[in-house]
Design a protein around this ligand. Structure first.
Ligand code: 5CA
Length: 450
């Protein structure tokens, strides 16, 4: 992609409304534009990262055996009256009347709707276990939308729902989600720690939140520092294996790690003093087991040899749009964003130091083609601008790798490959630079974006 033909409305000044670094950089890098409080349009660069993150979520859900679908954003109020949550949900729910004066709402979550779909089509225990999920826009009329996409009113969420015959089966689904979430966040370059949490309006007291440690996080957390040594890595897990999933859950949740809602000072004090940590975190996901709460009130039952029984359910969410903010909070410096390779909008930037120089222009064009041929997408800064301005833009938008092309280097047959994270540069032939990027991205194969 040539920058001159792209739409990247970067801002020179720091927007005054942005209180935290991720919000500031998302606005400055031309990724989002606010349409109303807590509601954003996703400009091309932001949209690209959003789709990369969504792609990783889909790949990991499908790997865990979950089935993708898409539910409507608008829901009839009647479903929520059946579950009893219509009145409970309060002012966070955006309530709308259609032209026939029927009560509708913009879905804040989908337990009722998925239970309705389930009961319409599933009646036998032989159809279980089943886990359905979607990535869809949600609306919660938050009292204090803030920090950009972190606490929006309209936001993008992956929500998944498991249906199982027994509590044991549903707990396996819970564990399987925990494992798949660990993999998902690590692919995005994040360490998200599962912590004992509170059920809130979703219900159920068997729940974990996934938190990314960050000073700007909204949640207060308490943990044993040993949990930060745990990584999932590239281990192969059989998602059907109860023992393997249970083993991972135990490994990642036995040590003390809790949000303030479930914090227990006495238990916390049992941790050796030098390992006790109090910090702040960003909640990027939550998993719940809530048993038969919705299936009983809404009549989601299956036929078994012993008669009809309500199914055991859980729901599981990932804050897809919030993740952009969380990733930036964890990966930036004073000059801008530093995207982890797994979610970067473009795999590398190409900076032409002398636009209009025949050799430099030709080298940049052939580099872009060579990268495309191996499935790598470049953003080529072909503007007639000073080199300093081009570098500043590349640093701000955070592409992890930059190839700098200039007439002087080309005389010696080389270009410069620079790491955004370390700042280190290396002179290489164009072919060697492409080969090196292929090697780097071999471990970070993300679904192609848009
Ligand atoms: N039905 C359940 C699981 S599917 C549910 O709604 N869970 S949730 O309320 O915890 O939301 C899931 C994730 O969405 C949260 O962990 C958080 O990362 C994200 N999220 C929640 N509220 C917002 C918001 N206002 N803005 C951005 N992301 C949000």
């Amino acid at each position: 992609m040539r920058l001159s033909r792209y739409f990247l409305p970067v801002l020179k000044e720091n927007p005054s409304e942005a209180q935290i670094v991720s919000h500031r950089y998302m606005l400055r890098a031309g990724m989002i534009k606010q349409s109303a409080a807590g509601i954003y349009s996703w400009l091309p660069l932001g949209f690209k990262v959003l789709k990369k993150i969504e792609g990783i979520v889909h790949e990991e859900q499908i790997r865990a055996g979950h089935v993708p679908m898409l539910m409507s954003t608008m829901q009839p109020a009647d479903l929520w009256k059946e579950s009893g949550r219509y009145d409970d949900y309060g002012q966070e729910m955006l309530r709308i009347k259609d032209r026939h004066d029927r009560d509708m709402l913009f879905g804040p979550t989908n337990e009722e709707m998925i239970t309705d779909i389930f009961r319409a089509h599933v009646s036998s225990y032989k159809d279980l276990p089943l886990t359905l999920y979607q990535v869809q826009w949600k609306f919660r009329d938050e009292i204090r939308p803030r920090f950009g996409v972190m606490r929006g009113r309209e936001f993008y969420m992956k929500d998944g729902y498991n249906f199982d015959l027994t509590k044991e089966d549903a707990l396996h689904a819970y564990n399987r989600h925990l494992v798949s979430y660990l993999r998902t966040y690590e692919r995005m370059g994040l360490q998200a720690i599962p912590m004992r949490a509170d059920g809130g309006p979703i219900g159920g007291d068997y729940t974990h939140e996934f938190l990314v440690l960050a000073e700007t996080g909204e949640s207060e957390v308490f943990y044993d520092s040993a949990v930060t040594d745990l990584t999932f890595g590239d281990r192969e897990i059989d998602y059907d294996s109860v023992e393997q999933c249970q083993g991972v859950l135990e490994e990642f949740t036995t040590k003390y790690a809790r949000t303030d809602e479930t914090h227990d000072e006495a238990l916390f004090n049992e941790i050796p003093e030098d390992r006790r940590r109090t910090a702040r975190g960003i909640e990027v996901g939550q998993i719940f087991y809530f048993g038969t709460k919705y299936s009983e009130s809404m009549g989601a039952k299956v036929q078994t040899a012993d008669g009809e029984v309500p199914v055991h359910m859980g729901s599981h969410g990932i804050g897809v749009s919030r993740l952009l903010g969380a990733i930036i909070e964890a990966n930036h410096d004073d000059n801008g964003i530093i995207w982890p390779e797994g979610v970067t909008p473009f795999h590398c930037g190409i900076v032409n130091l002398k636009q209009g120089d025949e050799a430099a222009d030709a080298a940049c064009e052939s580099l872009e083609k060579a990268l495309a041929a191996v499935g790598l997408e470049a953003l080529y800064d072909d503007r007639k601008e000073r080199a300093g301005g081009k570098f500043a833009t590349m640093d701000l938008i955070g592409l992890p790798w930059r190839i700098t092309v200039g007439p002087r280097g080309l005389k010696n047959g080389v270009v410069e490959l620079t790491s955004r994270r370390s700042g280190e540069s290396e002179e290489l032939t164009p072919e060697a630079a492409v080969a090196k990027l292929v090697e780097i991205y071999a471990d970070h194969r993300t679904p192609q974006g848009f």
